[in-house]
Design a binder for this molecule. Structure first.
Ligand code: SME
Length: 154
């Protein structure tokens, strides 16, 4: 599917107020996982800044044990504090990594900002070695900007 069509599909899902917010995010994860061959697990974690933890709120792919991740732990936890994209071409080269499945070879985590604050992230695992490009980063930043529009933060 062309990126333009994929963006349109994601925008329609996010605009559908008949589905509750995290239901829409689950649909976004499902569409991303289905549409891009090397996106094998797709999830959104959101931060609890008081507890300094990330919480899995929507995903597509194999269920994971890692539904709560402390800030600083793993690739996700590092992005919670760095506020920067983290592209991991080869997870075996990372010391601070939380393994979800032995089939995962690479990962990308892009922070999600609302009103300038890092409130969560999109996390994608791939079974392919080194599949993520700058185009993925820009696309996932775009996805997170759209998601930020529908997330209510206190
Ligand atoms: N690998 C991640 C943990 C989350 S799973 O990929 C679903 C990490 O190191 O933070």
């Amino acid at each position: 599917m062309a990126l333009h069509d994929l963006k349109n599909e994601l925008s329609s899902i996010l605009a559908n107020t008949k589905v509750e917010t995290y239901g829409r995010l689950t649909q976004v994860c499902e569409v991303l996982q289905r549409s891009i061959s090397y996106y094998n697990w797709v999830g959104f974690y959101f931060a609890n800044h008081e507890a300094q933890t990330l919480h899995l709120k929507a995903f597509a792919g194999e269920p994971t044990d890692h539904i709560v991740i402390p800030f600083g732990k793993g690739i996700c936890g590092q992005v919670a504090v760095s506020n920067e994209n983290f592209v991991v071409p080869d997870i075996s080269a990372q010391d601070n990594y939380i393994a979800c499945s032995i089939t995962v070879k690479s990962e990308i985590v892009v922070p999600l900002f609302k009103n300038g604050k890092n409130i969560g992230q999109i996390d994608i695992d791939s079974h392919a070695p080194d599949p993520f490009s700058k185009e993925d980063e820009l696309f996932l930043e775009w996805v997170n900007e759209q998601v930020a529009e529908i997330i209510e933060v206190p």
